[in-house]
Design a protein. Structure first.
Length: 285
């Protein structure tokens, strides 16, 4: 493990459109050498290739953070499973859960304390970010699908504040980016607070966030993007305080997270995090 006091971050992406079968995603490695029996069960019950590709991206990102060689024989020792920590029923349910990481074999029996992995997938692209020591969220949205509805007046009133609409203007790309960053902030919280509307999370453009900019750089490199745009996401602290996220929620009514987004291959990728400084691990695609 890297001994630096700064959290590590690594990102990986998988282009789903290139695969017609699960074997195509991982060729020439066998499925059982990449995915555990439990992962295969979850993936088959999920959204087709998207579930498989999301787990594959997460395994590669975690492997990079752990500073291990990324190959099939090691990837099976990194298991990506749903976490039920945030489920109010404390039992089995049909809703999605944040991913958890379980390590097997020589990699140990559990992901190191304080480490996080976040996954997002669209029909054509899956992306995952793994970190140590900070909450983080990633989201990917396909522009072609979002273009059909996100520019409507109804969607605008439901999703965005007047200030956000002024920033977005007629740009569908910016509207999709704002929505992706809102979703990222919800992933940091763990799930969407019951009384929260999309307008309770507001996105504003900002300057690069100092050393933590390596998060944005890592994601952009993995996604194949040439340009990164920086933002801040503001959440009503009264809504997120019950979830115990971030020290700011115990002292103020405004919970802010750093964010960045990029456009690549017909998608917008957003990432948001709570940290002052991070160190970049290897990004893969």
């Amino acid at each position: 493990m890297n001994r630096t006091s700064r959290p590590l971050v690594a990102c990986s992406s998988v282009e789903i459109h290139r695969a017609r079968t699960v074997d195509d995603l991982i060729s020439p490695v066998a499925v059982d050498d990449v995915f555990t029996a439990r992962e295969q069960r979850f993936a088959r019950a999920g959204r087709g290739f998207e579930s498989w590709a999301g787990r594959l991206a997460a395994k590669r990102a975690v492997a990079s953070v752990l500073e291990r060689t990324v190959d099939g024989t090691r990837l099976v020792d990194i298991e990506i499973v749903p976490s039920h920590v945030h489920c109010p029923t404390k039992g089995a349910c049909s809703r999605g859960h944040p991913p958890d990481v379980v390590l097997h074999g020589r990699t140990g029996i559990r992901h190191p304390s304080g480490s996080v992995v976040t996954i997002s997938h669209a029909p054509e692209l899956a992306i995952a970010v793994a970190t140590t020591g900070m909450p983080i969220g990633v989201d990917v949205i396909e522009l072609a699908r979002a273009r059909n509805w996100i520019g409507s007046e109804v969607a605008s009133r439901r999703l965005f504040s007047e200030r956000e609409l002024a920033w977005c203007g007629e740009s569908i790309e910016r509207r999709v980016a704002a929505l992706a960053l809102k979703e990222c902030s919800i992933k940091i919280v763990g799930r969407r607070p019951p009384k929260m509307s999309w307008r309770d999370a507001t996105v504003t453009p900002s300057r690069p966030h100092g050393p933590a900019d390596s998060v944005a750089t890592s994601v952009a490199q993995a996604a194949g993007a040439q340009e990164v745009h920086h933002s801040l996401v503001h959440l009503d602290g009264r809504l997120v305080r019950p979830f115990g996220v971030g020290h700011a929620t115990t002292r103020t009514e405004d919970f802010r997270v750093a964010g960045a987004w990029c456009a690549t291959k017909g998608h917008v990728v957003g990432v948001a995090w709570v940290a002052l400084a991070v160190s970049a691990a290897r990004s893969t695609s």
